[in-house]
Design a protein around this ligand. Structure first.
Ligand SMILES: [Zn+2]
Ligand SMILES: [Zn+2]
Length: 222
């Protein structure tokens, strides 16, 4: 920006000094419009108006609404990620529960299940209870028979819950497609010991992932 010249004497005068120059050097020649114009230019040069900030360009109530939404979203995030929060409780039926791996589980237990039909081992499918967007708290990940009990809330589960998730029958009279009769029975064992709880058997807590309890369901001849 080159130095402007005084409109009266043509001397080079800095913009911010022109108004003073006109008033002190040419008090008679300087017209009021000249002084005003010089002052206007001086203000523009010395203090250009600040660009309108983002917040200044928005109506105040828009800002308030955005702030409230941000607070609500923040609160929802805190609630959703808090281990204390869950839409489920200890009495929620297993088929109404979908688990998330985070923020963590109130319990995480394992059991190894084997099923034998007249001496023939049956494969327990992988991904029982695992569907896109919903993992039941009792499920499998592989075909080893390992049942995972992973619940975000304190909750008791029994083998009946696992078979409900699997959508297969299990009782002292039925396993998979087999029913007891005069020549066949079902024997239920936990860690090798015969057990009469069958589907009522509760998944134990604090199991050792390297050596989980072993439950065996055997349909065999009497
Ligand atoms: Zn697990
Ligand atoms: Zn799992």
């Amino acid at each position: 920006m080159g130095s402007p010249k005084c409109p009266v004497c043509s001397a080079s005068v800095r913009t911010e000094n022109l108004s003073k120059h006109l008033q002190s050097v040419h008090p008679r020649e300087a017209k009021p419009e000249m002084v005003l114009e010089a002052e206007r230019k001086a203000t523009q040069t010395v203090r250009p108006p600040p660009p309108r900030s983002f917040s200044a360009s928005l109506p105040r109530n828009v800002i308030i609404v955005v702030l409230i939404l941000a607070l609500l979203a923040g609160g929802a995030w805190v609630v959703a990620t808090s281990p204390a929060y869950s839409p489920y409780n200890a009495n929620t039926p297993v088929l109404q529960m979908c688990m998330q791996e985070s923020p963590g589980f109130a319990r995480h237990d394992h059991v190894l299940l084997s099923i034998t039909i007249t001496g023939v081992p049956q494969q327990v499918p992988m991904n029982i209870g695992v569907a896109p967007g919903c993992m039941r708290p009792v499920h499998t990940h592989d075909t080893t028979g390992r049942i995972h009990v992973e619940s975000s809330v304190a909750h008791e589960f029994t083998l009946a819950d696992f078979f409900a998730v699997w959508n297969q029958p299990f009782s002292k009279e039925r396993i998979l497609g087999y029913t007891t009769d005069t020549s066949h029975t079902i024997v239920f064992r936990v860690d090798g010991l015969q057990n009469t709880q069958f589907e009522q058997w509760p998944f134990p807590h604090n199991t050792n992932p390297d050596d989980p309890p072993k439950v065996a369901i055997s349909y065999e001849t009497r």
